[in-house]
Design a protein around this ligand. Structure first.
Ligand SMILES: Nc1ncnc2c1ncn2[C@@H]1O[C@H](COP(=O)(O)OP(=O)(O)OP(=O)(O)O)[C@@H](O)[C@H]1O
Length: 275
């Protein structure tokens, strides 16, 4: 444990704050995660619970490991050759790194939205129908139409695109493209949605729309968002985890983290003294 409110030069040796939750459903539970890129130790003994149907934000200075840790949750780090992950990471108590886990299915259950909107170079309809098609979710065209419509509705995009479903997804504005990517993630009925700085390429109006959407989605999905914006973390998340140099320094209710952090490093970061 890291001792609270101590000298900032202290050497941190483990997970601090309240990494465990006892009063809510735990959707994802991580124990002693370590991530290495070759020799570089990027995530150091992080343990953390993520509650179901709420938004958890990961904050911390650039390079502290937020995205690396996020990618452990759906094994996106598997795609990086030099990356090695150890520790126990569970989704509904099932070991995500078990050899028997089908990674494609895992990534349907734990979807991802990236920093830069990345629609496929295909129509709006095909962007959303692609996942359900490869996972065999829709049996008929009518079923697929229904999935496409409801996903676009839940992503708050239907009204804007319903008359041009055959137009290219890449022709939409940046904010619309990001909501299309969210619709694409939703279309395969994920349980968890990981968002890696989903608004960093968007203007304030598009950002506000995506934030509103995140707030609506949390009644049905567990959402984890990496953000550089503390205002955004405060606006959208119920729980916040603060990372520093690969360690989890503190985790707790967002309001508490921003008003009464336990640790000097958290205090320093949220008040803009470093980062
Ligand atoms: N593919 C990679 N190969 C080697 N090192 C990497 C790789 N990806 C990340 N790292 C290193 O791991 C550390 C954590 O990086 P990561 O991107 O997870 O941090 P972050 O907190 O998300 O940063 P940012 O806020 O700048 O996006 C950094 O030192 C980074 O340089």
């Amino acid at each position: 444990m890291v001792s609270p409110m101590t000298d900032q030069k202290e050497v941190f040796t483990g997970t601090a704050g309240q990494p465990r939750i006892s009063d809510r459903d735990v959707k994802v539970s991580v124990t002693d995660a370590n991530v290495y890129y070759g020799e570089k130790h990027a995530i150091k003994s992080v343990s953390l619970d993520i509650a179901a149907r709420e938004v958890t934000s990961f904050i911390g200075p650039s390079g502290c490991g937020k995205s690396t840790f996020l990618r452990c949750l759906n094994r996106m780090n598997d795609t990086i050759d030099i990356c090695r992950v150890s520790g126990d990471i569970r989704l509904d108590q099932e070991d995500v790194y078990d050899k028997k886990v089908d990674v494609v299915e895992l990534r349907a259950r734990v979807g991802m939205v990236f920093q830069k909107p990345n629609p496929f170079p295909k129509s709006i309809y095909e962007n959303v129908s692609y996942g359900p098609r490869i996972h065999g979710i829709a049996r008929t065209k009518a079923e697929m139409d229904e999935i496409v419509q409801s996903s676009l509705e839940r992503a708050g995009l239907w009204e804007e695109v319903k008359d041009r479903l055959e137009s290219p997804g890449t022709g939409l504005s940046g904010g619309q493209q990001q909501r299309l990517c969210i619709a694409r993630a939703i279309a395969v009925s994920p349980e968890v949605i990981l968002m890696d700085e989903p608004c960093s390429a968007l203007d304030p109006i598009a950002t506000a729309k995506v934030e509103e959407l995140i707030d609506e989605l949390r009644s049905n999905y567990t959402i984890v968002i990496v953000t550089h914006s503390m205002q955004q973390a405060a606006r959208v998340s119920q729980r916040t985890a603060f990372f520093h140099l690969g360690r989890l320094i503190e985790c707790g209710d967002t309001e508490v983290i921003f008003t009464n952090p336990q640790h000097n490093l958290t205090q320093g970061y949220i008040t803009g003294r470093f980062g």
